[in-house]
Write a protein that binds this ligand. Structure first.
Ligand code: K2U
Ligand code: NI
Length: 184
């Protein structure tokens, strides 16, 4: 199982690389790893398991964070309407996005960043994401709210982008004009 020991921290070169596409037919190993990534995110939200293995709660994970520079992400969270978003995807791609922006009112964190970095992280409010599931299905997902933000955070990891790269250096708490605030 994946634990915090497998998660590389900021400064590790894998977090600044552009991850490679996974072949059209993912290998047995790639499917196993992607499944373990989703299992980690679920485990990190289970109080007993998280305490037993010292897991930091997370709602997403990208393969470069476990030093695998391949385009694979796992997301597991419920939105404000308690709708579950649980996805493990190969080669996720944002195929369209709104002009409108959104942001988490309390900023973002990252399992690869062992410090608090304050500031507003402007994101696209709505996105459409294409990707391939572990069982080989090509899917298209329409996202808004917290799920949209999490997918953007994870897909950023596949492009070597950290959440704080988006924070305004001159005014970290500047709210993007007409942006939608999202509460955790
Ligand atoms: O990629 C990661 O490091 C996982 C992040 C995902 C994240 C996405 C959007 C905004 C913030 C973080 C972790 O889940 S950080 C811990 C966390 C847990 C619950 C809610 C928000 C952040
Ligand atoms: Ni992160």
């Amino acid at each position: 199982m994946i634990t915090m020991d497998n998660i590389v921290r900021e400064g590790h070169p894998s977090l600044r690389k552009v991850a490679e596409e996974v072949n059209n037919e993912p290998s047995h190993d790639e499917k196993r790893i992607l499944g373990e990534m989703l299992e980690f995110v679920k485990n990190s939200q289970d109080p007993q398991i998280a305490e037993k293995y010292g897991l930091r709660p997370g709602i997403g994970l990208a393969a470069p964070q476990i030093n695998i520079t391949k385009r694979m992400i796992a997301v597991h969270l419920k939105d404000k309407d308690d709708r579950l978003y649980s996805y493990a995807l190969f080669n996720p791609k944002i195929v369209s996005h709104s002009v409108e922006k959104s942001y988490l009112t309390h900023g973002e964190g990252c399992l690869s960043v062992d410090r608090e970095v304050q500031g507003i992280v402007p994101r696209h409010a709505r996105i459409k994401v294409k990707g391939k599931t572990i069982d080989g299905q090509e899917i298209l997902i329409k996202l808004k709210g917290l799920p949209s933000i999490v997918f953007q955070h994870e897909i950023d990891h596949l492009n070597g982008v950290m959440f704080y790269d988006h924070i305004n250096k001159n005014d970290p708490f500047m709210v993007p004009e007409n942006a939608i605030p999202i509460e955790l």
